[in-house]
Design a protein around this ligand. Structure first.
Ligand SMILES: Nc1nc2c(c(=O)[nH]1)N=C([C@H](O)[C@@H](O)CO)CN2
Length: 131
């Protein structure tokens, strides 16, 4: 399995447990890593892989219309989108709210899921960083 990463994707969303967070959009930062078949590298064909531009477009499209109380639920929604629409076998996702709490730069959630019991290899690189 190869991995695609999308680093520091800024998206607008209405997410939060307070009424004010449901009426005004806030900016979230997403870091996303997902598995893709090795075949894309062999055949040099976008049809053999997951198009990260389409993933970004679909996330933006959905978050513009969906509402969630919890970032955990929003994260599960994105994981399901990667599984159901793009057939990703494995997804790791971090979602952060920026500056929503006093004296806290970022607060968020990490989610890692394998579709139908798929496990990642022992070592998966952190998005955008070596090692
Ligand atoms: N585990 C969580 N705790 C909290 C969340 C959340 O999504 N998951 N959200 C909030 C508020 O919406 C916060 O972001 C605004 O101050 C608080 N706790």
């Amino acid at each position: 399995m190869d991995f695609i990463f999308i680093e520091a994707l800024r998206v607008k969303s209405r997410v939060g447990i307070y009424p004010r967070e449901r009426v005004a959009e806030q900016t979230l930062e997403l870091n996303l890593t997902f598995g893709v078949p090795d075949a894309a590298a062999e055949h040099d064909d976008i049809a053999d892989t997951i198009d990260y531009a389409q993933v970004i477009a679909r996330i933006r499209e959905e978050l513009a219309v969906q509402q969630f109380n919890l970032i955990e639920t929003l994260g599960e929604f994105i994981v399901k989108l990667l599984f159901d629409e793009f057939g990703a076998p494995w997804v790791k996702l971090a979602i952060a709210k920026i500056g929503v709490m006093k004296d806290v730069r970022r607060v968020g959630v990490f989610i890692e899921r394998g579709r139908n019991g798929v496990s990642p290899p022992a070592h998966v690189p952190t998005a955008g960083l070596p090692g």
